[in-house]
Design a protein around this ligand. Structure first.
Ligand SMILES: [Zn+2]
Length: 296
């Protein structure tokens, strides 16, 4: 068998830039040389950090091409990052061209949750399903829709932005410019803000979720409240899209309690036909974004 191509994969989000060398085969994949760094503030700093990381990989073993998963909306024709609400200032950036020209390598780019979906569909638990909704609950909430075994992209490649479904009319201001979006009630940033409002202390969402399971307050109350909002969004999704399964990833959902409470609520309140929808957490973890980026 010929050696698999080494692909440099990036997962660029609101809080971190993850990268690794990924080799993808027909039935298996390999992820190694994983690195993670905080996302710098400002468009140019983000671009420069990505280039710096890529040059470092090039000097230490090299790679054939680059795949990038971005927490934002990508124009399907031009591949320009149109908007990335959780990465400050990252609008209308032709990251593919900038990084490609600088490195002299072929670059592919797509929305991060679409990458997550590609990886789960090829190697993960959704291989056997045709109608799937993917959600990632990290800084914000991202989503992707698979219909008849294919990613549904919509007219402008932005289908699946479930994080910006309006859950509370006239609710909290969102970075997308609207108010009352789902991610303002369930996303990691929202949980951290609620914790800060109640205590005056900063605490990471994953720690709030972790402490909630140990019955620490106000962590438990914050997670309980978020689980009801999580349920509201899930009910909207199962009632309108009727997927066989919803697969959820992201750092916040590592709180099993939040998901358990949300599923109980969802099973009570969704339409009878939609009650059958399975809810599962990803078993590929954060690697799914990088593996999906390598599959582009
Ligand atoms: Zn929004």
């Amino acid at each position: 068998m010929p050696p698999k191509a080494k692909i440099l994969a990036f997962d660029v989000g609101g809080t971190k830039i993850a990268s690794a060398i990924v080799e993808v085969g027909a039935k298996s994949y390999k992820v190694y040389d994983y690195q993670r760094t905080a996302t710098p503030v400002g468009k140019d700093n983000v671009i420069n950090k990505i280039i710096e990381i890529a040059i470092n990989y090039e000097e230490n073993g090299g790679f054939k091409r680059i795949g990038m998963a971005i927490a934002g909306q990508i124009d399907e024709k031009s591949d320009v990052v149109k908007n990335a609400p959780n990465i400050a200032g990252f609008t209308n950036v032709n990251l593919k061209k900038i990084v490609g020209n600088k490195l002299g390598k072929y670059v592919e780019i797509d929305n991060d949750v679409k990458c997550f979906a590609l990886a789960e569909n090829k190697y993960g638990q959704t291989k056997k399903y045709k109608h799937v909704v993917y959600l990632t609950i990290g800084t914000g909430i991202g989503g992707a829709i698979e219909i008849d075994d294919k990613l549904y992209r919509g007219a402008n490649n932005t289908a699946g932005e479930f994080g910006h479904m309006i859950i509370v009319s006239g609710g909290e201001e969102c970075s997308c410019g609207n108010v009352g979006c789902w991610e303002k009630y369930v996303g990691g940033k929202a949980l951290e803000q609620r914790y800060y409002n109640l205590t005056g202390v900063r605490k990471e969402a994953k720690d709030i979720a972790f402490d909630s399971e140990k019955n620490v307050e106000p962590d438990q109350e914050i997670i309980k409240q978020a689980s009801l909002y999580l349920a509201t969004g899930l009910i909207n999704i199962v009632n309108t899209i009727n997927p066989e399964i919803i697969v959820i990833g992201g750092s916040v959902i590592k709180s099993e309690e939040m998901l358990k409470l949300a599923i109980e609520e969802m099973k009570c309140k969704s339409l009878t036909s939609a009650k059958k929808t399975k809810i599962a957490t990803t078993n590929m973890q954060d690697e799914a974004f990088l593996v999906g980026a390598a599959l582009l």
